[in-house]
Each structure stands twice: as structure tokens, then as C-alpha cells.
Write a protein that binds this ligand. Structure first.
Ligand SMILES: [Zn+2]
Length: 112
């Protein structure tokens, strides 16, 4: 095997390791908003401070979808969304390595 290719494959192996070590991910963007709650006696209904709320938005068949995230899941969902971004970044890097491997082959005129 070509030395350059071996180096690229080592790089790819390293990237795949990062990929495998990622915790669960979720597609979407975390949006933090404020909202009024359901209880009639709450100050938020009378112009008082609203409650922080978190939603996850994403696109599905051209439509923007939105999902309310319960408070107890907020930090977890943030992490999942962050993992999704890391996942995409690693995938892009691997694609780049693969392209480099294809280019090596083209230039490697040693064999036909
Ligand atoms: Zn309230």
C-alpha cells in the first residue's frame, strides 16, 4: 500500500473512532424562548416574568417542525444537538479523506 494512502487511512481510522465515541445525537436547533405557563394564578399571566422554555426545531420535507423540550431534559437535549454538529463535522472530514484517497489513485500511475 502506498504510504500516502496508509497515512490517510490512519487519519480516517482516528476520525471513525471519534464518531463511534459520540454520545447520542439529535438533528435540530435548540431555541430558547420565554413563555407563559398554564396556571391562572401565576405572575407570568399578569405581565410578570415569563418562564424560560426550550424547543428543538428542524426541517422535515421543507417544513419547519418544532418540539417543546421539557425542562428536565434541557441540558441533555443541548448536548445531543451539539453531538449532531460534531457528527456532521466528522462526516465531512471523513468525506474529505475519502476524496483524497480517490485522488491518490488517479495520480498513482504505477499500475494500470
Ligand atoms: Zn407562570
Amino acid at each position: 500500500m502506498n504510504r500516502k494512502r496508509a497515512r490517510l487511512e490512519a487519519k480516517r481510522k482516528n476520525l471513525i473512532k471519534q464518531l463511534v465515541n459520540l454520545d447520542p445525537w439529535i438533528q435540530g436547533t435548540v431555541v430558547e424562548t420565554k413563555r407563559t405557563c398554564g396556571s391562572k394564578g401565576c405572575a407570568c399571566r399578569r405581565g410578570g416574568p415569563k418562564h424560560p422554555a426550550m424547543s428543538l426545531t428542524w426541517k422535515e420535507k421543507g417544513k419547519t417542525r418544532c418540539l417543546y423540550v421539557p425542562r428536565q431534559l434541557n441540558s441533555e437535549v443541548k448536548l445531543w444537538a451539539q453531538n449532531y454538529r460534531s457528527l456532521k463535522m466528522i462526516m465531512e472530514k471523513i468525506t474529505k479523506v475519502q476524496r483524497d484517497i480517490i485522488c491518490l489513485r488517479e495520480k498513482g500511475s504505477g499500475r494500470k
